[in-house]
Design a protein around this ligand. Structure first.
Ligand code: COA
Length: 381
């Protein structure tokens, strides 16, 4: 458990807010497990689609089940024409997370979840598979249309969701290394217990709302820089540093000014984030691949300085910044990739909440005025 962390108090820290069989954070194995499997094990041995299946359907698929699942998802990549029309209206300078939010919400209008019988959700898994298959299409369709004037063909034949995303974004099939890294990245981001966006999804689900509303709300929570937006903020920071010494000097100044440094620290983990070592390894491989001599050494120095000065460690987001950058992914699309992956965790939690539901309605400690009468309007100051 997260020893040394101050639990309780602000931000509901340390309080058990419900039950889940989906994941453990900071408790067993390397520190993160999905349905009893260590994330390290999953990242080494699985494809993202296997992990999505595990989270959504409760077990790892057999080869035949995986093949069928991937074929099914491939067939769901295309976007409805009405959704494309909406995406074409969204300006180039819109926040890509707002595009995801709108895309998800519009999809929910066009392909509504069946909520006709209260508390019964007969096509929830269909809705989730559809979102899993077409979220990459949503972000890439908007991005390529608004930035390059290109209407992409979102029906690629790529084997994996990660390759499909890179193919649509860059207009060519990715190499094996890039597909592998995308796969690992999507696995690392897939699920993380009662984080802010997942809790948002569960609160929404507890009202027996539809799944598109739950996911749309979760996207809104993930957008913030204290949550999913941290990988973009980390990139914005490290790309300003010209070399490792420059990074150290600037970081020391930021720490002196008590600035928050994005991509470091965690609400639950106290000594390390198990996802960091994994993505750091792949960031190093990508750095070698592109012949980088700046960004990776800068990132490593940032990590050293933060640990030496503050005992703060990189969370999952920090080395994702350089890894995505080495694959040519624009910084503003980093957090939408998180959505493409975390959708699985959100949906798993929504289905779990629905299966044993009570509306989530905590209480507040009142800090306002004592009871008082309403004064006549003429006497108010
Ligand atoms: N940079 C500088 N200082 C940091 C820090 C960071 N990234 N993260 C934590 N701290 C400081 C806090 O300000 C606090 O200092 P104080 O006691 O003087 O107020 C101390 O370390 C302990 O903070 P902690 O209680 O561990 O943080 P939290 O649980 O309230 O918040 C985060 C957790 C993740 C929101 C926080 O670490 C953060 O803002 N990190 C940057 C954003 C980020 O990377 N988010 C992605 C999370 S996966």
């Amino acid at each position: 458990m997260a020893e040394g962390k101050k639990l309780g108090g602000a931000g509901l820290r340390g309080q058990v807010a419900g039950k889940t069989a989906l994941s453990t954070v900071g408790v067993s194995g390397s520190g993160l497990t999905y349905r009893g499997y260590d994330v390290k094990d999953l990242a080494e041995n699985c494809q993202f689609e296997e992990v999505a299946y595990l989270i959504l359907k409760g077990k790892l698929p057999t080869q035949a089940e995986l093949d069928a699942y991937k074929t099914k998802l491939k067939g769901l990549r295309g976007l409805p024409a009405e959704l494309k029309t909406v995406l074409e209206q969204i300006p180039k300078d819109a926040h890509p997370m707002d595009v995801m939010r709108t895309g998800c919400s519009m999809l929910g209008n066009l392909e509504q979840e069946d909520t006709s019988t209260m508390g019964v959700f007969p096509n929830q898994e269909e809705c989730v598979d559809r979102m899993l298959a077409c979220f990459p299409s949503i972000i890439c369709y908007w991005y390529r249309f608004s930035h390059d004037g290109v209407k992409i063909d979102e029906n690629t034949d790529d084997d994996s969701i990660g390759a499909h995303f890179l193919h649509m974004l860059r207009g060519e099939k990715p190499n094996e290394l890039h597909e592998r890294v995308m796969n690992v990245s999507l696995i690392l981001y897939a699920e993380h217990e009662f984080n802010a966006s997942t809790f948002t999804a569960r609160v929404c689900a507890s009202t027996l709302s539809d799944i598109h509303s739950c996911i749309t709300g979760a996207i809104g929570s993930l957008r913030g820089p204290l949550h999913g937006g941290a990988n973009e903020a980390a990139m914005d920071m490290i790309e300003k540093f010209t070399d490792a010494d420059h990074a150290e000097k600037e970081m020391m100044g930021m720490l002196e000014r008590k600035e928050k440094i994005m991509g470091f620290g965690h609400a639950i983990y106290s000594e390390s984030d198990p996802r960091n070592a994994i993505i750091k390894h792949w960031s190093e491989k990508l750095a070698d691949d592109v012949g980088d001599t700046v960004l990776y050494p800068v990132s490593v120095r940032c990590e050293e300085v933060m640990w030496r000065e503050k005992k703060l460690f990189c969370n999952a987001d920090f080395f994702h910044a350089s890894a995505y950058h080495f694959m040519g992914i624009p910084t503003k699309l980093f957090t939408p990739i998180f959505v493409m992956s975390r959708l699985t965790g959100w949906a798993g939690h929504v289905m779990e909440q629905r299966a044993d539901n009570r509306i989530i309605r905590p209480s507040a400690e009142y800090t306002g005025e004592e009871l008082r009468p309403v004064p006549p309007i003429a006497e108010r100051g």
